[in-house]
Write a protein that binds this ligand. Sequence first.
Ligand code: TYM
Length: 344
Amino acid sequence: MTDTTPAYTGPQRVFSGIQPTGSLHLGNYLGALKKFADLQAEGHDCVFCVVDLHAITMPVERGALIDQTRQIAAAFMAAGVDPAKSVIFAQSSVLAHVELAWIFNCVARMGWVERMTQFKDKAGKDAERASVGLFTYPVLQAADILAYKATHVPVGEDQKQHLELSRDIAERFNREYGVPGFFPLPEPMIKGPGARIMSLKDGTKKMSKSDPSDLSRISLVDDADAISKKIRKATTDTGVIPATAEELKGRPEVENLVGIFAALSGRSVESVLAEFEGKGFGVFKPALAEVTVAHLAPITARYRDILADPAGIDRVLADGAGRANAIAAPIMDEVRRVVGFWRP
Ligand code: TYM
């Protein structure tokens, strides 16, 4: 059946968010941060959010949240997001997120949210003890995006299911309230070899902030020695670098390292394979370490400089809060009218 619902025709906007929980790693950089900077460079209207409301769905060390929020804002800038061009702000400073999340809690269906695999992963075996916020986390994520009527969302592969839920919520809101094309159906931007960076120790698990082994991830604050050591110790097999991407299948650790090389050097997997075909890891790993250090060193240096001036970060966040509010406020006015709330 062809969909005859009128589509959203408003302006295009990029939105994405990162949680202020733990230090960022290469997966966050390649899956998200690097794309943020690239999209800004292409001239898109971009809004980037430190999602502190999401962070409190899991236990946070008391008193740590403010600094973690500043750290993520600093990482946005270190990766190349320019606060003069893009909006950088903390989610809790724009109340539209919370208000729209409530409305969307009443649009989303229990069955939709119950299907979310990230809740199952994070809640673990004892889901009864998880916060209610952790359960409705993806609904708040939909509100983040749609409070700005964002059309494009750069994220890593692990966010695909949450983005599908955002589209379902937007579609149902438009239909239930009889406002076709009111909310855009946000497009996930996931493509490319950086979208799913795996653990350096186990190619079947994603690189993650919560992995107990520090050797499993390259952190954005690692120095050149730490990076080289982690790559040297990365799990591989006894084979050599193959000639084709097809032959990487079934060799997840090797596929991951080749993917990291490609993503960091802005090359295709095929071109990396063509260069290293038939070579062993004694050759490939040092080359990968060199590419990684060369790419990350300036970012790490900028990150440290920015962090040394917390008042400067606070100015960026305050300015961003004002600009984000200015975008969301008229959209929320329309939402209240559409839902039928009393207004003065
Ligand atoms: P978070 O904070 O867990 O991760 C931030 C971003 O990093 C990406 N990422 C990865 N990409 C590739 N390989 C990996 N191993 C890897 N690990 C993490 C994530 O996909 C994400 O893009 N729910 C989101 C935050 C969020 C959000 C939003 C994102 C809240 N509201 C609205 C987009 C739009 C999250 O937990 O990200």
